[in-house]
Design a protein around this ligand. Structure first.
Ligand SMILES: C[S@@+](CC[C@H](N)C(=O)[O-])C[C@H]1O[C@@H](n2cnc3c(N)ncnc32)[C@H](O)[C@@H]1O
Length: 407
């Protein structure tokens, strides 16, 4: 049978797939997706999922030292000339309506009220961190997930988790609107399965209340009746920590990123997971944090879900399988608490790891690959903006099944 797609279309899908490592993309593009669909009902979890981990435990005894200084892009971590080209055309990228370019923007205002719920569904479909069931027949799961969302307002992540895991229990902290933060969309939550705090100082600021938030989760916050068995078994801890970037600028985002990781390392139970959006990984400080996560989790990934804004640097740090008994975990969380204190005193930190072989490490090479992929994706997007005919037409209808969300 003749191929229904032109050479140019096939090339376009190939390019778009290269711009993301998201394997669900392969199954919803008309060129490859249709082949898959013809061979039976679309399945929930695509086979042969392969996203390369950024950091395996190869940095056995890291030499750690806090180096104070401004967080800036490190030109050994990305292709400077491609980045210059991107900066030159950047004005073209940020202007237009993204829904015209990203085929996934159309499903963003689904039942979760924001694109974030969809992004989490997209991530979860690939990394399979909590769920058991999934797909067309069992999109919801009885798994008793316990999660903590740091900087979670208005609450797209929480709305997704409450829908997908009816037996889940969550904790949320977010900067109060009085301090310039976004308000929680409380009307949309089932508050019997969620406890929200604004901390004793009323700010909800995770940077200024790091130690208190850890204590709140471990000792103060209430249990939900349904979840208590699971929580007690795990010693009042959570199995998923979530965080979102608060700025596109790595330096501005750093204090909240450090707080999110430090809190996560203190409240996760063994085997737990973290899903935290970073503003990027072009600075040494960001790369150091990724490597340190690799020392305390089974696997660490940098992943850009296809539903995430293609024009933004934002990338998710996905860490699976927390090794709480690993003796480096307290050292690393202690180090990050010191960094948090310095940042609160107005002293930024630009590096944590001393290593003569730093830039030839395989993990660093993977971070460089991801950074360059991000630059290339943004360059591709700028071509598409200039020529809308280049927009790929994905079978977005099927994403509902792959990502376990109502269509
Ligand atoms: C992009 S929004 C997160 C959206 C969320 N992931 C969702 O699913 O709806 C970032 C949030 O972080 C909050 N935030 C900013 N700085 C913060 C801080 N220092 N402490 C706590 N929350 C903060 C903002 O007010 C905002 O609600």
């Amino acid at each position: 049978m003749a191929n229904a797609y032109s050479q140019q279309e096939e090339e376009l899908y190939k390019k778009w797939r290269e711009a993301y490592d998201d394997p669900t993309l392969l199954l919803i593009d008309p060129v490859n997706g249709i082949k898959q669909i013809k061979s039976g009902l679309p399945i929930a979890h695509p086979p042969a999922i392969k996203v390369s981990p950024v950091s395996l435990v190869s940095l056995v005894s890291p030499q750690l030292e806090i180096e104070k200084g401004t967080v800036t892009a490190d030109n050994r971590l990305f292709d400077g000339s491609a980045f210059k080209q991107l900066i030159k055309i950047r004005g073209n990228i940020l202007g237009p309506d993204l829904s015209k370019i990203n085929p996934f923007a159309s499903i963003s205002q689904s039942i979760f009220g924001s694109i974030d719920g969809v992004k989490l569904a997209n991530i979860e479909a690939i990394f399979n961190q909590i769920k058991k069931e999934g797909g067309y027949f069992f999109p919801r799961s009885a798994e008793p997930a316990v999660y903590c969302d740091l900087g979670g307002a208005p609450g797209g992540f929480i709305r997704y988790l409450q829908w997908r895991y009816p037996s889940s229990f969550g904790y949320g902290v977010s900067l109060s609107p009085m301090k310039g933060g976004l308000a929680w969309n409380e009307k949309a939550f089932d508050l019997k399965r969620l406890e929200i705090t604004s901390c004793p100082d009323g700010s909800g600021d995770i940077v200024n209340n790091l130690e208190w938030i850890v204590k709140w989760i471990l000792q103060i916050a209430t249990f939900s009746g349904e979840i208590s068995v699971c929580q007690l078994a795990a010693g009042r801890m959570v199995n998923l920590v979530l965080g979102h970037k608060i700025s596109d600028d790595e330096a501005k985002n750093m204090p909240t990123l450090v707080a999110q990781i430090a809190i996560g390392l203190s409240i996760l139970w063994p085997g737990g997971n973290m899903i935290i959006e970073m503003a990027g990984s072009k600075s040494k400080m960001s790369a150091d944090l990724i490597l340190l996560m690799g020392l305390t989790f089974d696997q660490v990934y940098l992943f850009k879900p296809i539903s995430s804004n293609p024009a933004e640097n934002g990338i998710y740090l996905i860490a699976s399988g927390y090794q709480q008994n690993n003796n480096l975990a307290p050292t690393i969380s202690g180090l990050l608490k010191k960094v948090n204190q310095l940042q609160r005193d107005g002293l930024p930190v630009k590096s944590l790891i001393l290593d003569d072989n730093y830039y030839i490490r395989p993990e660093i090479k993977e971070i460089v690959r991801k950074n360059n992929q991000s630059i290339q994706r943004q360059l591709l997007l700028s071509q598409q903006i200039q020529s809308p005919a280049l927009k790929p037409h994905y079978l977005t209808y099927y994403t509902g099944i792959y990502w376990n969300i109502p269509s």
